[in-house]
Design a protein around this ligand. Sequence first.
Ligand code: TEU
Ligand code: CA
Length: 542
Amino acid sequence: MSQPWWQSAVVYQIYPRSFQDSNGDGIGDLPGIISRLDYLQELGVDALWLSPVYQSPNADNGYDISDYQAINPEYGTMADMDRLIAAAKARGIRIVMDLVVNHTSDEHAWFVEAKANPDSPTRDYYVWSDPVDGQAPNDLTSGFIGGSAWEFDEPSGQYFLHLFSAKQIDLNWQNPQLRQAIYAMMNFWIDKGIGGFRMDVIDMIGKEPFKKQLVNGPYLHDYLHEMNRQTWGDRDFLTVGEAWSAGPKDALQYSDPANQELSMIFQFGHLWADRQVGGEKWETTPLSVSRLKQALYDCQQIVGPKGWNSLFWNNHDLPRAVSRFGSSTGLNRVLSAKMLAITLHGLKGTPYIYQGEELGMTDCPVTTIDQVDDVEARTIYRQLRAKGDTEMTAMAKINRFSRDNARTPMQWDASFNAGFSTGQPWLAVNPNYDQINAATALAEPASIFRTYQRLIALRQTNPVLQMGVFAAIDAVPENVLAYTRTLNDVTWLICSNFSAEPTAVALPTCTVEVLVSNYAAVSEQLGPMKLRPYEAFMVALK
Ligand code: TEU
Ligand code: CA
């Protein structure tokens, strides 16, 4: 087979609720996305991953789906969806749909039926258990609401499982009819001409809840192989599984073409570099650049040669990259946003850009928990307070890691509500929109946007960025990343200073052509040099 499209592609993630509102109800929608396709084409991305737009009661902003084959009316209609697929296609952009099949909403017809009628065929689509000693079968807890993951169903006298919120009911993948129903649904979307699926918590579908094994169950890879064969099969199609549990070796197993599973997975190793390994997500430590570097390099070295990597700094569940790893203000915001872009887009794999990242959008602090929408953050806040955190320390943790940081509306221009909506936005717009917005970025030749545009174009047209072999340059200070990519006789070198301090580095002595940099003047002569604050460049060796 020729090279799959996603190996030379850059994907852009849209969180539809916050991208563009077209009708003034304060909620982003599909016609809004269509109206911004020119912008996305200008940026140059190859595909758009849409967070869920399906019918949903929104207990978790669409990650609780009640009908996989219907569009949530808040976002539009199926006709709008078809229009979006076609309008994007006309611009050479593919649509990647979010596939959330670890659980459904409790309002999905399968679960409504399963609950109403224990003899129905869909009863076994979910995980049920008789009480054990009059209680829930074990002590599994529900991530998003705290408390037991087992909920008692009075009429039938059985418990059912929900590992996320009480409205996200876990599916039982051991049931072959359930698997067939999912594959049929996937084929419905594939037949519409979409370009791929992003698969929510895919490492959980093979769970063994009675053994308390939630990820990497014994049949996980069998299911994915079966799914591959029965749905997209040999089509040129992107699949990316979200796998919080995965390390590089797992990533290789999922993405090795010989196994016929997925194109790639999202793994999060590098995103633990400011937290204790195995610790609480909400308990942060100062960023360790060496851990971050090691995690990225492990993926390059272990997954890169045979499998395929995804490359990303942030998404709708994570803080904004520039606030987390760079600086939120002033010139350092611009420098560090570009530095992060250059660092990531030099690596081998498929880069993902989260909406607004190309503008250097920042986290958006709140003062009280009432201003937070995110179901996860609200629960964590309660738990932190119950465990003794003060209002101040709890809010500091929320501001650091709440998922709302990434979910504030896209900042289009300096007009009312940042041009996102003429009505009251569902989540407050970050007040810095008068400075940080797309219109300003487009008007400025040296904007963060222009750096992204350049990096995307380089990836699409240079085989060395797509397939070049990765090699780390190890003899550099802790806060510096330096590596090369080599294909045949072409070598590119990427170097970034992850620090706001000038840092001396001894790069190999050679003459180069500068391809991208975040400072105007970069010498064409490499060698021992002093990197300026957050300085980064990508150069071709001559
Ligand atoms: O997230 C997976 C997941 O495990 C989350 O609990 C994740 O750890 C957390 O959001 C990080 O703050 C996926 C989706 O990306 C997320 O938006 C959904 O809420 C979740 O699955 C349930 O579908
Ligand atoms: Ca709307």
